[in-house]
Design a protein around this ligand. Structure first.
Ligand SMILES: [Zn+2]
Length: 188
């Protein structure tokens, strides 16, 4: 679960900020900075109550500047934690396509294609590839739809080899930009 959270773009940032905070505390504790930090804070608190000789005009400018920078900092933090989703599709929206006469769906974990599944191009039922073996050697992979009964393909070799080829075909479309044409079509 922690691994999943780490791959999630939002949670990984939250975890990273949390870890940095903890390490920051520990490091400053070990370096014995706390007396200095505490001294600074108690000094800051003590001068808050004291009167100063600046005009209201200067105070107004300073207040305006601090509000402005606070808005920028808060805005940036919100953008990091809750990234704005644009309506324009990106390559990350490219999560299905037809290859080798079959329909494939996948998702992205980090930047890589993961959890690839294969579906019947006629009835969209998920196909479970079956290996035909001779002894311990995988001879071929059979693709048959258990819903409509159609027999699709026999591949020489294991399903892993085929899946690897599908991932590379999808990568190729991401690189050359043709993934955008797929999103324009009505997905099966
Ligand atoms: Zn089918």
């Amino acid at each position: 679960m922690l691994k999943k959270a780490w791959h999630d773009p939002v949670w990984s940032k939250v975890i990273a900020v949390g870890l940095l905070t903890v390490f920051g505390f520990l490091a400053s504790y070990m370096l014995n900075w706390w007396p200095g930090i505490c001294g600074f804070f108690s000094w800051s608190i003590s001068i808050i109550g004291e009167k100063s000789q600046v005009t209201n005009f200067v105070l107004l400018i300073l207040a305006g500047m601090s509000i402005h920078s606070m808005i920028i900092v808060i805005g940036n933090l919100l953008r990091i934690i809750f990234p704005v989703k644009s309506d324009k599709p990106t390559w990350r929206d490219y999560i299905e396509d037809d290859f080798e006469g079959l329909h494939w769906r996948w998702r992205y974990i980090g930047g890589s294609i993961d959890e690839v599944n294969v579906f019947c191009p006629y009835c969209d039922f998920q196909i479970v590839p079956k290996h035909e073996t001779i002894g311990l050697t995988i001879k071929e992979t059979r693709m048959q739809c258990e819903s409509c009964g159609r027999f699709h393909q026999i591949y020489d070799g294991s399903y892993e080899v085929l899946e690897n080829k599908i991932i590379r075909l999808a990568h190729q479309k991401i690189r050359n930009g043709s993934w955008a044409n797929i999103l324009g079509n009505d997905p099966k």
